[in-house]
Design a protein around this ligand. Structure first.
Ligand SMILES: Cc1ncc(COP(=O)(O)O)c(C=O)c1O
Length: 370
């Protein structure tokens, strides 16, 4: 065995699990966090990005010197930019006004070209306008490939074979549940599929944003980056495989992420604040002796201009207080989760033709093929 990694991509996965020592003691909870910021591209999106790119290479959809075009609010595009730099692909990222200056600078640092899409779609978000434009560009640029995290079910396959398997191995299966945020559904889809098959007693918990309509309901604008979508992504093969769906309020997610940093020294992003609250609430609810693993998607360093900037918070009406006691109140005041059996879906396969998604993106893949 070699003492070094073959390249930077080989260092994706195998992220640590960390106990929340102070929080668990004070709140009577049992939550451990999986720190996805330890991936080389700084987020959980490295896992899906490398898997999708390597499958496209195997299938001949992406050839040496090709162009990768993606619509991403930040993390997925950063991961692709890193992989593009390592493998020699041109990367074009379509972001929206919610993408931070830091994220855009990171993509550019890896050599990616960044296009900001400002036109909102019918849900008040930018997902559909970004995807449509990315597909238009892909038709114009020869040798281009569209990973498309919103329609590519390989994202769930990646999480089935890495995130979910890894958590199983790290804990020996002695866990009450796993909580993660949901947007393109890759994480929750892969985790639900894996644990439904291998450890069905483990509760599969996700947190969405108010204003997202992944599980139905009206859409409206919200602030939490990286969470939510205007429809149910196909990465979630069946919503009944999820046990609990929580929804986080903008302000609570920001405050919780700040509290985690101040009181445990764990610097993570906004979606992680939402996941933390869901995991704490579920831990209280389940009263299981085993921990809940909260998957924390990215690093707080990506949000120094927003989440960790008091003037930004004040101008967005988000309280800047960081008293430890607030965590319990926030966790307990979360709306009760919707439970399996009552979880609605909102699949929109019509979007495939409406947004002109390329056939090479809509791959069919058996989870167990790898
Ligand atoms: C930090 C972070 N957490 C969670 C998610 C949601 O993950 P998924 O798209 O696999 O549902 C994202 C997606 O962009 C993210 O960037």
């Amino acid at each position: 065995m070699s003492f070094f990694k073959r390249n930077i991509i080989d260092n994706i996965s195998e992220t640590p699990l960390i106990n929340l020592e102070k929080i668990n003691k004070a709140l009577g909870t049992n939550v451990v966090v999986k720190l996805e910021k330890n991936n080389p591209g700084g987020s959980i999106k490295d896992r899906a990005a490398v898997f999708i790119i390597e499958q496209a290479e195997k299938k001949g959809f992406l050839k040496p010197g090709g162009t990768v075009i993606e619509s991403s609010s930040g993390n997925f595009a950063i991961s692709l930019s890193m992989i593009g730099a390592a493998k020699g692909y041109r990367v074009i990222a379509l972001v929206d006004p919610k993408a931070t200056e830091t994220n855009k600078a990171l993509m550019k640092a890896y050599g990616a070209e960044v296009i900001t899409v400002t036109e909102q779609d019918d849900t008040g978000s930018y997902h559909k306008t970004r995807i449509k434009l990315a597909n238009e560009l892909a038709r114009k640029i020869p040798g281009s490939y569209r990973p498309d995290q919103c329609f590519n079910v390989l994202s769930a396959v990646a999480h089935y074979h890495t995130t979910a398997k890894e958590i199983h191995a790290q804990t020996g299966g002695l866990i009450a549940g796993i909580a993660c945020a949901v947007s393109t559904g890759g994480q929750i889809g892969g985790i639900a599929e894996y644990f439904g098959k291998h450890l069905p007693e483990t509760k599969v918990i996700c947190v969405d944003a108010y204003g997202s309509s992944i599980f139905g309901g009206p859409s409206h604008a919200y602030k939490i980056p990286g969470v939510g979508l205007g429809w149910t992504p196909r990465n979630i093969s069946d919503v009944s495989k999820i046990d609990f769906v929580y929804r986080a309020k903008d302000e609570s997610a920001y405050i919780a992420a700040r509290l985690l940093c101040r009181h445990e020294g764990i610097l993570v992003g906004v979606s992680s604040g939402a996941v933390l609250l869901a995991a704490l609430n579920a831990s209280k609810r389940l009263r299981n002796i085993h921990p809940i693993v909260a998957v924390l998607g990215d690093s707080g360093e990506r949000y120094l201009d927003t989440l960790f900037n008091d003037s930004w918070l004040e101008s967005n009406n988000i309280d800047t207080g960081v008293e430890f006691e607030r965590l319990l109140t926030l966790a307990e005041s979360m709306e009760a989760p919707v439970e399996a059996g009552n979880i609605d879906s909102n699949y929109r396969d019509d979007l495939i033709s409406l947004l002109e998604v390329p056939a090479t993106t809509i791959t069919h893949y058996n989870m167990l093929d790898k």
